[in-house]
Design a binder for this molecule. Structure first.
Ligand code: UFG
Length: 329
């Protein structure tokens, strides 16, 4: 298939491009490189420099003619979304409407959308399945849920077929080292742990040790980015072949605490990784993990790299190429 990957120079997007190419699809990346990296542009993919907020840019891209698209061009910082919601309205929501209108205008019927576990908010039960009520607690999560609803309406009214993929905690890097861009200003646990391991930060702050979990720290479901990437390929092929839309959770189904992750990182990297327990971070749910049974049954998704050691070692391999953030050895 001819596939347009919006946000294909980002962390997850670059892994999606790699997986699409490996499955024989012809890929064009659309990215404004605001957080995506030029070095993440995977060899073999075409590149269009464009901004999802500009309807003309998006329309010119879709005018090239695609069978499907993967939409990952969005802001994703939960904390920022609570203080600058307007940025998330314009980039995530208006940007998606530009994408949907152009996809329809140019006959691109198959859409894979990067949604998030953030649509659920604090879980009422775990593991979280697709029937779990949605009640986002951040504006970021709200934008993802609204986009899922737009997709359902465009399915009904315009014949779009979509797959909404609700990622849990994305982590890791391609095992062959072919993608090695580091996110600027990382916000997530594993990159921060790596920066401490590398000696770029003095210590990790662990947010809260009084949660009702086995060691008092928060439980999350970390899923390898290469496994996520494969889900996009499977999902695109599924919607194109079956003509059915779907919404699935993508998690490893294994809950890991923050302390367990840090201890594993000490073991895998051989570095001390100093850590201090501090106050809870507002808005953190204590226990969040998925069941991915629906993804298994529909798109045949079978995560292979989402064990803690592979998540950490594949990330550490990339960090070891750098002497400082953004500075390769
Ligand atoms: N954590 C720390 N110290 C840090 C960073 C994180 O203790 O310096 C803890 C957090 O409190 C949390 C866990 O590590 O318990 C994971 O935190 P992340 O910030 O890496 O990820 P979140 O679970 O908060 O958020 C992730 C994605 C969001 C998505 C959300 C959905 O980053 O995009 O899952 O549940 F919305």
């Amino acid at each position: 298939m001819k596939v347009l990957v919006l946000g294909g120079a980002g962390y997850i997007g670059s892994h999606v491009v790699k997986a699409m190419l490996a499955s024989g699809h012809a890929v064009t990346v659309f990215d404004n490189l605001s957080s995506g990296l030029i070095g993440n542009l995977f060899p073999g993919a075409d590149f269009i420099s464009g901004d999802i907020r500009h309807a003309d840019d998006v329309d010119a891209a879709f005018a090239r003619g695609f069978d499907g698209c993967v939409h990952l061009a969005a802001y994703k910082a939960v904390g920022e979304s609570m203080v600058a919601p307007e940025k998330y309205s314009v980039n995530n929501i208006t940007g998606t409407l530009n994408m949907l209108n152009s996809a329809c205008a140019h006959g691109c019927k198959n859409v894979v959308f990067s949604s998030s576990a953030a649509v659920f908010g604090s879980p009422e039960y775990v593991p979280i399945d697709e029937k779990h009520p949605t009640n986002p607690e951040s504006y970021y999560g709200f934008t993802k849920l609204e986009i899922e609803r737009f997709l359902a309406w465009y399915d009904r009214l315009k014949g779009i077929r979509f797959a909404a993929l609700r990622y849990f905690n994305a982590a890791g890097y391609a095992l062959d080292g072919s993608i090695d861009g580091l996110e600027r200003n990382p916000q997530n646990l594993l990159p921060i742990v790596m920066e401490v391991a590398a000696g770029w930060r003095k210590e990790l702050q662990i947010y809260g040790r009084d949660y009702d979990t086995r060691d008092g720290t928060c439980v999350r479901d970390y899923v390898h980015v290469s496994d996520l990437a494969q889900a996009h390929v499977n999902a695109l092929e599924y919607v194109a072949k079956s003509g059915k839309s779907l919404t699935v959770n993508l998690g490893s189904e294994k809950g890991v605490t923050v302390t367990e992750m840090v201890e594993a990182a000490r073991r895998v990297t051989g570095r001390p990784i100093p850590a201090a327990y501090v106050e809870r971070r507002p808005g953190d749910a204590s226990d969040l993990y998925a069941t991915s049974a629906h993804a298994r049954e529909t798109i045949g998704w079978d995560p292979k790299y989402s064990d803690v050691d592979t998540l950490i070692s594949s990330t550490w391999n990339v960090y070891q190429k750098y002497s400082a953030p953004g500075v390769k050895k």
